[in-house]
Ligand binder design. Structure first.
Ligand code: ADE
Ligand code: ZN
Length: 337
C-alpha cells in the first residue's frame, strides 16, 4: 500500500552528484593531515573551497580529489555523503564517479569502486538509502581517455555501477568524438547520461541526444534558448538532471527566479533536482528542493512528483525501482511529470 501524502520529511532522490564534489572540507583537511600534504590555496578564510570561475573550480576539485588515496578514504566519503542525504529525506542517490580522478591519486578502478561500494553498503544498512554509481569520462581528458573508462567499467562489471556518463569542460570536444565510448557502455547495458547545455548552448544538448543516444542529460538547462529543442525534450521524455544551485554558483543565472527550471517543467520537460558538487556550491539536495519550492511556488505534491520522476529515470533494476516507488506517497495524476 502506498504511504499517505503526510507531512513527514519529503522523500527525495538525487541523480546527479559528483562523489569527489561532495567531499566535505573537513574530511579533505583530515586527509591532508593523514598524508602530510600542503593544501595551501584549496580553502578560503571561511574554510570553504576557494574558486572563482569554472576553470578554477575544476582545478580545486582536482586538487581535493588527489587526497583520496585509499579505498577506505572513498568508503568514508560515500558513507558520509549518503548519510547526510538520508538525513535530508533522500531515499535514492546516484553517485557520479570518476576513475580518472582515482587513478590520479594512484588508486586502481577495482580499489576505487570497492571502497565506494563499502561506504554505500554501510550507509544503506544504517539509513535505508539506496544508491548506485555512474562512471564518467572527463571530456577535457580527451576521447581516448573517455573510451578507456568505458572499457574499464564494462570489462569489470560491478553490480552497483549501473551508468556511464560524460562530465568535465563542455567547451572541449564535440559529442561525436565520444560516440564510440557511449556505444561500448550502452551495449553493456549501462544507463547513459551526459553533461550538456550547462556552459555550451542548446546545440550541445541536441548533439548529446543524437550522437551519444542518452535519455538523460546532466543540466540541459540551456535548452530553454531553443523552443524547438524544448518541444523535442518534452516529446521524447528526456530527463534533465537540473542543478539550480550549481548554475547560480557558476554564474549561469543571476538569481533562482531567472533560472529556467520552472519554464522547462511547465513546457512538459521531465526534470529532477540535484546538487552537483554541494559543498563547492554551498548547497544541499534539501536546499535545492526547498528553494525551488519557495521561489516557484511548488507544492509538496510537485516535489514528490519530481522525486517520482527521478525514481522512474534511475539507473537501477525494476525490482529496486518498484521498492523505491512504494516509499513515495501517492500523488494525483495532474502532478506527474
Ligand atoms: N565535474 C564536476 N562538476 C562538474 C560540472 N558542474 N560540470 C562539468 N563537470 C563537472
Ligand atoms: Zn555535474
Amino acid at each position: 500500500m502506498e504511504a499517505p501524502l503526510g507531512r513527514g520529511p519529503l522523500p527525495k532522490a538525487e541523480l546527479h552528484v559528483h562523489v569527489e564534489g561532495a567531499a566535505p572540507p573537513d574530511l579533505v583537511r583530515r586527509l591532508a593531515e593523514k598524508y602530510s600534504v600542503d593544501i595551501g590555496g584549496l580553502f578560503n578564510e571561511d574554510g570553504g573551497y576557494d574558486w572563482q570561475d569554472f576553470s578554477s573550480f575544476l582545478a580545486v576539485y582536482d586538487k581535493a580529489s588527489r587526497l583520496f588515496r585509499a579505498p577506505e578514504d572513498y568508503a568514508l566519503l560515500s558513507e558520509t555523503y549518503l548519510r547526510q542525504l538520508a538525513a535530508e529525506g533522500a531515499i535514492y542517490a546516484e553517485l557520479t564517479i570518476s576513475p580518472d580522478h582515482a587513478a590520479g591519486a594512484g588508486l586502481s578502478y577495482a580499489a576505487y569502486v570497492g571502497g565506494l561500494a563499502e561506504g554505500i553498503e554501510r550507509a544503506r544498512a544504517e539509513t535505508g538509502i539506496e544508491a548506485r554509481m555512474i562512471a564518467i569520462g572527463v571530456r577535457h581528458f580527451g576521447a581516448q581517455a573517455v573510451e578507456r573508462v568505458a572499457l574499464q567499467v564494462t570489462g569489470a562489471p560491478h553490480p552497483l555501477v549501473t551508468g556511464f556518463g560524460l562530465a568535465g569542460d563542455e567547451r572541449e570536444g564535440h559529442p561525436a568524438s565520444f560516440a564510440r565510448a557511449f556505444r561500448i557502455a550502452g551495449e553493456a547495458g549501462l544507463g547513459l547520461t551526459a553533461h550538456a547545455g550547462e556552459f555550451a548552448g542548446p546545440e550541445s544538448v541536441a548533439a548529446a541526444l543524437d550522437f551519444l543516444k542518452v535519455r538523460r542529460i546532466g543540466h540541459g538547462v540551456r535548452a530553454i534558448e531553443d523552443p524547438a529543442l524544448v518541444e523535442r525534450l518534452a516529446a521524447e521524455g528526456i530527463v534533465l538532471e537540473v542543478c539550480p544551485g550549481s548554475n547560480l554558483a557558476l554564474g549561469l543565472y543571476g538569481a533562482l527566479r531567472f533560472h529556467p527550471v520552472n519554464l522547462l517543467r511547465r513546457a512538459g520537460c521531465r526534470i529532477t533536482l540535484n546538487s552537483d558538487d554541494p559543498p563547492f556550491f554551498r548547497t544541499t539536495l534539501g536546499q535545492e528542493y526547498a528553494s525551488c519550492a519557495e521561489v516557484f511556488g511548488w507544492s509538496r505534491e510537485d516535489l514528490i512528483a519530481i522525486t517520482g520522476c527521478a525514481i522512474d529515470a534511475a539507473f537501477c533494476d525494476d525490482e529496486t525501482r518498484a521498492a523505491l516507488r512504494r516509499r513515495l506517497p501517492a500523488v494525483p495524476a495532474q502532478w506527474q511529470t
